[in-house]
Design a protein around this ligand. Structure first.
Ligand SMILES: Cc1ncc(COP(=O)(O)O)c(C=O)c1O
Length: 382
């Protein structure tokens, strides 16, 4: 048999799978992979059941159930003052991952350069590579994880096609400010580049900050794909539901890809989420306080430990420096922490192409208080 020439020769098993498997093998508390260890609202489950029983079990419309797209349009209008036409400019996808893949595929061709901010979520580079694009890294500053826009300007050339942003940012918990977005506006106005804005943690933002969605900035929004995830917003990562906002011309190209990747997203889930957003609008507004309380609880429990927390302004991740504990590299330390101490975390170097090791681990605090308490009790003794 002829062998397959791998399109992604560099890609192996992701660290998330590796660490979760290690955590389960050693019965460790798993703060590595980013998902809640508590249930989503039972009402949401009841509504999915309701639609399944009522027979909503066939293909949904390709762009998504209209009632859901209307709810998304209303939410985006209310939160960001932005108007997106639910018919022509909003597409429901099978998770943000699918939306990211479709946006990158719609935009990027052979030799196009794409700016990505490192540390970077792991799906961007493979999607760029599959399309023949060239990822170009913008390293965030350390330890405050900001973007140096003067440096970004220097990286732009005639081949630069797009920039991928992510705020609130995984893995660092950093958020983009109004000033960041204004700087980006200036750069975009003199360069013909597109924006892919990964905003899956848009509703998980702390300390009274306002989420600076690209959708708020008309000069950016007119050339942007803005992507979000119901997995994060509804504590239902396993449902793999997301969406993409983009002006009509961009959405048209986006949907050409979407219809041949998945065609459409599971129907009963879409009807259920549409109902839920209509009937419980307060649930989304409660998210910042809900997760801020978890962040603060975890930090409180960690007081007195030799781990040094960095700032987490959004997402459900908390970074911790560990220089005071060991000079092992972050991968070795994360593995030893799991095997010997029984707490699993993610080494932040895996989010860098060249494995930059600042001796930082990422802990997910989307967990019940008893899980966080037990983990912190162990970590304090390390
Ligand atoms: C930054 C970021 N983007 C995208 C995704 C993928 O979202 P989804 O599960 O909806 O595909 C995640 C999930 O962890 C993420 O952290």
């Amino acid at each position: 048999m002829r062998s397959i020439t791998s399109k992604l020769p560099q890609v192996g098993t992701t660290i998330f799978t590796v660490m979760s498997a290690l955590a389960s093998e050693h019965k460790a508390i798993n703060l590595s992979q980013g998902f809640p260890d508590f249930s989503c609202d039972p009402e949401l489950v009841r509504r999915v059941n309701h639609y399944m029983r009522k027979g909503f079990n066939q293909y949904a419309p390709m762009p998504g159930v209209l009632a859901l797209r209307e709810q998304i349009a209303a939410l985006v209008k209310e939160k960001y003052g932005a108007t997106y036409d639910p018919v022509e400019e909003i597409t429901v996808t099978s998770g943000a991952t699918e939306a990211l893949f479709c946006a990158i595929t719609a935009l990027i061709g052979e030799g196009d350069e794409v700016l990505i901010v490192e540390p970077a979520y792991d799906s961007y580079i493979p999607a760029i590579n599959l399309n023949g694009g060239v990822p170009v890294s913008i390293g965030m500053t350390f330890p405050d994880y900001r973007i140096d826009w003067d440096h970004v300007k220097k990286l732009i050339n005639g081949r630069t096609k797009a920039i991928i942003l992510n705020s609130p940012h995984n893995p660092t918990g950093a958020t983009l400010s109004q000033d960041d977005l204004e700087q980006l506006e200036k750069i975009i106005s003199s360069n013909n580049i597109y924006v892919i804005s990964d905003e899956v943690y848009e509703h998980i933002i702390f300390d009274e900050q306002r989420h600076e969605s690209v959708a708020r900035y008309p000069s950016l929004a007119e050339r942007a794909f803005v992507i979000s995830s119901f997995g994060k917003t509804l504590h239902a990562t396993g449902w793999k539901m997301g969406y993409c906002l983009a002006p009509e011309a961009l959405t048209k190209e986006f949907r050409k890809i979407h219809q041949f990747v998945t065609f459409s997203t599971s129907s009963p889930f879409q009807y259920a989420v549409a109902d839920y957003m209509r009937d419980y609008p307060e649930k989304i507004s409660e998210l910042p306080a809900f997760y801020q309380q978890k962040r603060d609880f975890f930090l409180q429990e960690m007081q007195g430990s030799r781990f040094e927390p960095l700032s987490s302004a959004g997402t459900y991740f908390q970074l911790m420096r560990y220089e005071g504990i060991t000079d092992e590299n972050d991968l070795e330390f994360a593995q030893r922490l799991t095997i010997e101490h029984g707490v699993a975390a993610i080494p932040v170097s895996v989010f860098y192409r060249f494995k930059t090791d600042n001796k930082v681990l990422r802990f997910c605090f989307a967990k019940e208080e008893k899980t966080l308490k037990a983990a912190a009790a162990i970590l304090k003794k390390v």
